[in-house]
Design a protein around this ligand. Structure first.
Ligand code: ZN
Length: 129
């Protein structure tokens, strides 16, 4: 089963989508298997990281901005090459094990949709098998 979700984003931010992924798992009725969370965009990404301290997301955005700044030598006419770099570096998907009808996530892990070039209306997909 594949479930589609729509998300409205700010310029740059991480959005905790763990609740939507758990909802998709619950709808599917699958007890044991795999969950793929996938983002069909070239300037956004999916990651798993800390869900407790919001400073972690702020620091990650800051660190990614330092690692992939806009550079005058970039040639892409849309002017968002640093967002494309962040998207490929973080990755378009995550796989999560399903065991006993639950996602096997650590206590401090959350699943995030990462926006690097908003504001936009975005989609992500949850595949349960
Ligand atoms: Zn572009």
């Amino acid at each position: 089963m594949v479930y589609e979700y729509i998300i409205s984003t700010q310029r740059q931010n991480f959005y905790n989508i763990t609740g939507q992924v758990c909802e998709a798992l619950s709808k599917s009725g699958v007890s044991n298997g795999m969950c793929i969370v996938y983002c069909p965009h070239t300037t956004a990404a999916i990651t798993i990281n800390e869900n407790a301290d919001p400073d972690v997301v702020r620091d990650m955005l800051h660190g990614l901005g330092k690692a992939f700044p806009d550079r005058p030598e970039f040639q892409h006419s849309e002017g968002n090459s640093s967002a494309h770099l962040k998207s490929s570096c973080v990755g378009a998907s995550e796989n999560i094990i399903i065991e006993g009808g639950r996602l096997v996530l650590g206590t401090w892990q959350g699943i995030y949709f990462c926006e690097f070039d908003g504001p936009r209306t975005r989609k992500f997909y949850v595949k349960i098998q």
